[in-house]
Ligand binder design. Structure first.
Ligand code: GDD
Ligand code: MN
Length: 373
């Protein structure tokens, strides 16, 4: 090969010894119009794939192989294949020839025709596409999963689980650091990881039966798929740290109400005094829980813990004043004691979250670190 490739076909392989030479043969027949190369990303298959790959890549200038030792995973294999390439366009295809490789030239050609095209997807569900001899169960699972995905996708795709697609380098560069990189659903990962709507084209094809080897789709793959969806939907709407902060706050609120109830209802202490005491205890508790859980990666220790707690209390004092004032106001206006107490605590919490995150767990540690160095 004299020119750099225009397109790299990335083929993830795990135990596909017999299929690998067939794939190279098919690409040879079909991709004559392009400067192309194929990179097989093999996860140290124990069926002799490595020898086949070594032999092929010595004889064939368009064949490369990446051997990953001690690693597994379809999506990450595809990503590493792309990362190893200098091409403008990346195609992803399975090694088992279940994807209809005769559609590939059209998919790649679409990128020449349309310079703004981001993604070309081989799809099983539109036009002439279909699935030959799939079990009823697998067809149902596939349709169901597709339905969930469609409801969370920005870019409408009729077959978002497709493992047969072509993308422009730019889309890879734009998304690779935001991707989960886990499991089977790399296309879905890409589409969910971009912040914009993509320019796509779909190419119907018939999903064929496997000739050699067996499928690697199993329960773990299913779990990884669920993780991907949760991470990309809930994880994007609310950061995990915020969820933790809210949970820590809720535990503080329970403690607050408990103390308020005991002091005001049980011991007959005046409401305002009971609310002040409950607030102080909840404050210390919130500080400790957040330090241990929410901000565990920048946990304050030793002197910093004492300084942190002091500043946290000082910051929260203002929030606490607002808290007690609002609670007292509500209480005076015949709102039930428990609601007045909780509402006051909540109003104070908004202030606490905003300011303490910035000062106690961000600014303070970095200030002290600077002093030391
Ligand atoms: N490197 C690597 N590591 N490759 C893997 C791994 C792995 O852990 N697991 C599977 N592969 C390779 C296989 O060797 C094959 O080339 C390709 O990934 C697809 O694996 P199959 O086991 O053939 O998957 P399938 O046929 O059940 O699933 C197909 O349909 C899905 C849609 O329902 C694939 O096309 C999927 O990509 C697609 O999402
Ligand atoms: Mn397959």
């Amino acid at each position: 090969m004299t020119k750099p490739p225009y397109v790299t076909v990335v083929v993830p392989t795990f135990r596909e010894r017999e299929n690998i030479p067939l794939v190279v043969g098919r690409l040879d027949d079909l991709l004559g119009d392009f400067e192309w190369e194929v990179v097989f990303v093999d996860d140290d298959s124990d069926d002799g794939s490595a020898d086949v790959l070594l032999d092929l890549s010595r004889r064939h200038p368009r064949v490369r192989a990446i051997r990953r030792i001690g690693r597994r995973g379809l999506a990450s294999a595809c990503l590493e294949g792309m990362a190893s390439s200098s091409a403008e366009i990346f195609a992803v295809m399975d090694a088992d020839l279940q994807h209809d490789e005769t559609v590939l030239p059209k998919m790649i050609g679409a990128f020449r025709e349309d310079p703004a095209l981001d993604l070309a997807v081989g799809t099983r569900y539109t036009g002439g596409g279909g699935v030959s001899n799939w079990s009823k169960r697998r067809q149902f699972v596939s349709k169901f999963a597709t339905l969930i995905e469609k409801s969370v996708l920005r870019t409408p795709l009729s077959d978002p689980m497709s493992g047969f697609f072509v993308l422009r380098r730019g889309l890879f560069e734009e998304t690779v650091r935001h991707m989960t990189g886990k499991g089977f659903k790399i296309l879905l990962d890409i589409v969910l990881s971009t912040g914009r709507e993509l320019r796509t084209r779909e190419f119907p094809y018939e999903f064929k039966a496997r000739q050699h080897g067996e499928s690697k789709l199993d329960v773990v793959v299913g779990l990884e798929y669920l993780y991907l969806l949760v991470d990309k939907t809930l994880g994007r709407l609310v950061p995990v740290s915020f969820v933790l902060y809210v949970l820590a706050g809720l535990s503080g609120l329970l403690l607050h109400l408990l103390i308020l109830g005991v002091l005001y209802r049980g011991a007959g202490i005046p409401f305002v005094n009971a609310q002040i005491s409950a607030t102080v205890v909840a404050m210390v508790s919130n500080f400790l829980v957040n330090n241990a859980v929410t901000f565990r990666t920048r946990r304050l220790k030793g002197v910093l813990l004492a300084v942190g707690l002091t500043s946290y209390m000082a910051i929260c004092a203002l929030g606490a004043i607002v808290n007690v004032q609002s609670a007292d106001y509500l209480f005076e206006h015949a709102i039930p004691w428990w609601f007045a107490g909780a509402a006051g605590a909540l109003i104070g919490a908004v202030w606490n979250y905003a300011v303490s995150t910035q000062i106690v767990w961000t600014w303070l540690p970095s200030m002290l670190r600077k002093k030391k160095s």
